[in-house]
Design a protein around this ligand. Structure first.
Ligand code: ATP
Ligand code: MG
Ligand code: FE
Length: 344
C-alpha cells in the first residue's frame, strides 16, 4: 500500500509518502517534504491561527507534488490518504482534512484521520534503530508533556502529564523572557551552551511529588523573577540563565522518566516530540539509561518536530496492526481537542 500523509495541525505543513509492504515488513518512508511557517509568525511572537490556515492552503499541493516527484510516483499510485485529524488549531486542521478528503474522493481512494500525538509517538519507528513494544514513552512537545506506557499500536496508558505548561512551552516562554525569539527552544538551547547551568538556582517543580506528573508554570515565573532582578545585566547573563533553565527542565524530565521505568519495570524508553531534539536531554537520558541498562530510542533529529512522515507512518502502523480499515468516507471533521488514551 502506498500511503500519503498530510500534517497541518499547527505551523508546519508536512507531506510524506510511506510504503506499507505486504505481510509484516516494516513500513518504509519514500519521501517527505516540509514547509515551516516559523518565519511568517516570528513577527508576532507566536502562531497566528488564521495566517497558519491560509499558508497551509498555499503549501499543501506543491508539497504533495514534490513528494510524488521525488519518489517517482503519481497521484493514481496512492492507495490511502492519511491526515492529521487533531489535536491542533481547528482552521489549520480543516485545511489538511479538506485536502485529504478531496484527494480521496477524486482518486476514489480511502482516507484515514490520524491523531497528531500518535504520529509523534510512533515517529521513532522511522529511525534506523526502531524500538520494539512495549516501552515507556516520554512525549515532550510544544503542547504536551506526558509519560506513557505503550504496549502496542493503540494501547496507550498515560502514567503522568503536565498539570499546566508543556516542556516545549517552558522553553518557548523562558526564551521569550530572555529576548531569544520564537520558537525559543532551539535558540535557548544554543545560548545555553556558553552558560553555566549552576549559575542560578531554579526550582524543579513536582520533582518529589511521588507521582509522574509535571508542572512548568512555576519555573517560568522563577525565570521571570530572575530576569527582572538582573535588569540591565540580563544581556550579559543570558547564557547563564538559559543554561540554568535548560538544566532545570531536563533534570525533571529525566528523573521522572527514570521513575516511570522503575515503576513499570520496563527496559525500553522512547522519546518523541520537538523537545526530543534537545541535546542536553539526549545526553542526560542516555547517561541515566546506560546506568539502568535501559534502551532509549529517539526520532531522527529532523523528525522530532511536526512533519508528514510521522502521520503517514502512524497510518501505516494502524492499518498493519488491523486497528484501522480506511474507508471511502469523505464527510470529514476535525478534533481540535482529542485525548491520546481515548484511541484504541
Ligand atoms: P503538539 O505536538 O503538542 O501539538 P507542537 O506540534 O507545537 O505541539 P512540536 O512540533 O512537537 O510541538 O515541538 C515544538 C516544540 O519543541 C517547541 O516548543 C520548540 O521550542 C521545542 N523544541 C524544538 N527543538 C528544541 C530543542 N533543541 N530544545 C528544546 N526545545 C526544542
Ligand atoms: Mg511547530
Ligand atoms: Fe506536534
Amino acid at each position: 500500500l502506498l500511503i500519503l500523509g498530510i500534517e497541518s495541525s499547527c505551523d508546519e505543513t508536512g507531506v510524506a509518502l510511506v510504503r506499507l509492504p505486504e505481510g509484516g515488513a516494516v513500513p518504509q518512508l519514500l519521501s517527505h517534504a516540509l514547509h515551516s511557517q516559523i518565519e511568517m509568525h516570528q513577527a508576532y511572537g507566536g502562531v497566528v491561527p488564521e495566517l497558519a490556515s491560509r499558508d497551509h492552503i498555499r503549501r499543501v499541493l506543491p508539497l504533495t507534488e514534490a513528494v510524488l516527484a521525488e519518489s517517482g510516483k503519481q497521484l493514481a499510485d496512492i492507495d490511502v490518504v492519511a491526515f492529521t485529524r487533531g489535536p491542533g488549531l481547528a482552521g489549520a486542521l480543516l485545511v489538511g482534512a479538506g485536502v485529504a478528503c478531496a484527494l480521496g474522493a477524486a482518486l476514489d481512494k480511502p482516507v484515514l484521520g490520524i491523531h497528531h500525538l500518535e504520529g509523534h509517538l510512533l515517529s521513532p519507528f522511522l529511525s534506523a534503530d526502531p524500538p520494539e513494544f512495549p516501552f515507556v514513552a516520554l512525549l515532550v512537545s510544544g503542547g504536551h508533556t506526558q509519560l506513557m506506557r505503550v504496549d502496542g499500536v493503540g494501547a496507550y496508558e498515560i502514567l503522568g502529564e503536565t498539570i499546566d505548561d508543556a516542556a516545549g512551552e517552558a522553553f518557548d516562554k523562558s526564551a521569550k523572557l530572555m529576548g531569544l525569539g520564537y520558537p525559543g527552544g532551539p535558540a535557548l538551547s544554543r545560548r545555553a551552551q556558553d552558560g553555566d547551568p549552576k549559575a542560578f538556582k531554579l526550582p524543579r517543580p513536582l520533582l518529589h511529588s511521588g507521582d509522574l506528573d509535571f508542572s512548568f508554570a512555576g519555573l517560568k515565573t522563577a525565570v521571570l523573577t530572575q530576569a527582572k532582578k538582573l535588569g540591565d545585566e540580563l544581556p550579559a547573563r543570558t547564557a547563564d540563565l538559559a543554561a540554568s533553565t535548560e538544566a532545570a527542565i531536563v533534570d525533571v524530565l529525566v528523573r521522572k522518566t527514570m521513575t516511570a521505568l522503575k515503576q513499570t519495570g520496563m527496559k525500553r524508553v522512547v522519546v518523541a516530540g520537538g523537545v526530543g531534539a534537545n541535546r542536553l536531554l539526549r545526553e542526560q537520558l542516555n547517561q541515566a539509561c546506560a546506568q539502568m541498562k535501559v534502551r532509549v530510542h529517539y526520532p531522527e533529529l529532523h523528525l522530532c518536530t511536526d512533519n508528514g512522515a510521522m502521520i503517514a507512518m502512524a497510518a501505516a502502523m494502524r492499518i498493519q496492526s488491523g486497528r484501522e480499515q480506511p474507508a471511502r468516507h469523505y464527510a470529514f471533521d476535525v478534533k481540535p481537542r482529542w485525548l491520546l488514551d481515548s484511541l484504541a
